[in-house]
Design a protein around this ligand. Structure first.
Ligand SMILES: [Zn+2]
Length: 510
């Protein structure tokens, strides 16, 4: 495509002509290539002004982290949220952030209602204090192209916990995080609890003991709100799966349909970076071309449900997100038809008028079945029965979320499968060298894209007085729970002392 790595003179896909809005034959693809700017210690100072400008002018910022590990997976799923918070805190104190992805989305009202300029950065970091790194994580990262030599040679150094003296004038990742707070923009994450706890401990201050204090602090840190695309996908968009690659691709496809239909849709542009910066930019392809779809291959159930499969590239079944979404859409359509038929029959039997139950009446998000094809008659029976008696939706999802949390907890092991591995054992048509190093940046981009797409259905209101996307405002996804974590300051929880000092710093010296 436009960015041919052999040709040094080729400029980046130009933003002026719509840039990314090049389509393949299906007309569904919005994003073809995403420039991810790699920031490390040798260009951190050089990139500082553009980083700051991107953050300060953004309409919202999406963030993702890659971690050195998370410790005991089970305790991260504790049913008691306070206990769960303590476990994540323990992980954040003992582990570190290996890379930080920032995707700054700036609305361009002059170019259409839902037009954004997206700037994506991947910061390679190095925690200067001792931290635990889990052998399995290292193994996996190395297998996926993560270069630890580069990490140690070029990682931007940082320290955890509270500030050491006045750091507000330094150019560091911690100051960058403070600038993110100063920008007062909505913060967007995917399954964000772990990210938030790690960000706090690693770039901000020592974590408070209680979850109530933590959320009270977050409220003041991000007054424009915290948004979680996993929550949005499950409870708002009601997708049947909610891992990042799935949600991103689903939104991308839906957006393509809306564009084709002439309905409101999202359009994106990227900066045209100068040639001198090319060494630090990776053009990430979102998806392998759809023409390579192996229609004959059966879908891997694990990957389909969780975006992860223990067999990885060796799996004989398909991990192709498009094929998975095609199948899901067919299943949903089929279920809908069966449900309608069953409902009709039931009502006829009871002599009720022919009113149809609305799927919108369900409280919990729709979920795909891992075992079986989700079309068996008894499952439909069960579903109808549940519709009528359901009081606490989500409880039956325990198993699913256990597994997913286990996988999510090893984000670094799962995040990129969809793009780095070709389905059916074919070679990836667009291999990107050093993929493992740019995952946080690209994941942040996908996260931002999803939120921007969700925003399309809500109309343009970032600049208005109320919160952006009120239904998702300050709701953070909680695995295995039917309700999200609400980021709020209750009358019983006070903000922490360390946080109050940071706030003074943030607002006192800007
Ligand atoms: Zn598989």
């Amino acid at each position: 495509m436009a960015a041919d790595s052999d040709d040094g003179a080729v400029s980046a896909p130009a933003a002026s002509d719509g840039g990314v809005c090049k389509t393949t034959k299906s007309g569904e693809e919005l994003v073809v290539q995403v420039p991810v700017v790699d920031v490390q210690s040798d260009n951190f100072k050089e990139m500082w002004p553009s980083l700051l400008l991107a953050i300060k002018t953004a309409s919202f910022v999406a963030v993702d982290t890659e971690l050195s590990g998370l410790g005991d997976r089970k305790s991260l799923l504790n049913q008691c949220i306070e206990e769960r918070y303590k476990s994540v805190c323990h992980a954040a104190r003992t582990r570190s952030i290996l890379s930080l992805g920032l995707a700054c989305f700036k609305q361009q009202p002059d170019k259409g209602e839902h037009s954004y300029l997206a700037q994506v950065f991947n910061l390679t970091l190095l925690c200067m204090e001792e931290y635990v790194i889990e052998p399995k994580s290292v193994q996996f990262l190395v297998q996926h192209g993560f270069n630890f030599n580069r990490q140690y040679a070029q990682g931007i150094p940082y320290h955890k916990g509270n500030d050491k003296g006045d750091e507000s004038q330094s150019q560091s990742v911690r100051t960058l995080f403070l600038e993110l707070i100063r920008a007062r923009r909505p913060l967007v994450l995917h399954n964000g609890l772990i990210d938030l706890v790690f960000l706090y401990q690693n770039f901000y201050a020592h974590l408070p003991e209680s979850l109530g204090t933590f959320t009270a602090d977050l409220c003041e840190m991000f007054p424009a709100g915290i948004y979680d695309t996993k929550y949005a996908a499950e409870f708002h968009a009601r997708f049947v799966a909610s891992y990042l690659e799935y949600v991103f691709r689903k939104c991308e496809r839906e957006n393509g349909k809306q564009r084709a239909a002439g309905s409101p849709h999202l359009t994106l542009e990227f900066c045209s970076y100068p040639t001198s910066m090319r060494a630090h930019i990776d053009y990430r392809c979102c998806m392998p071309p759809t023409t390579h779809r192996p229609h004959s291959t059966s879908i891997c159930d694990n990957f389909s449900a969780y975006g992860w499969c223990p067999l990885g590239p060796q799996c004989p079944r398909s991990h192709d997100i498009d094929l998975i979404i095609d199948t899901d859409e067919a299943v949903v359509e089929d279920k809908r038809r069966r449900r309608r038929r069953r409902e009709k029959r039931r009502r006829a039997l009871l002599g009720l008028p022919g009113k149809q139950t609305s799927e919108e009446n369900e409280d919990g998000p729709p979920m795909k079945q891992v075992c079986g094809d989700g079309l068996k008659a008894e499952e439909i029976e069960q579903e109808v029965a549940e519709d009528e008696t359901r009081s606490q939706p989500g409880l039956e999802k325990g198993h699913k979320n256990d597994l997913e949390m286990g996988l999510k907890a090893t984000r670094l092991e799962t995040a990129d499968v969809a793009t780095s591995e070709a389905p059916g054992g074919q070679a990836n048509p667009h291999p990107v060298a050093g993929d493992g190093l740019h995952r946080a940046g690209f994941d942040a981009f996908m996260t931002g894209f999803v939120m921007a797409y969700v925003g399309v259905s809500q109309g343009p209101q970032i600049c208005s007085s109320g919160p952006w996307l009120p239904e998702c405002h300050n709701k953070v996804y909680l695995s295995g729970k039917a309700v999200p974590l609400t980021v709020a300051k209750s009358q019983f929880s006070r903000s922490s002392k360390a946080h109050n000092q940071k706030m003074k710093l943030a607002w006192g010296s800007s």
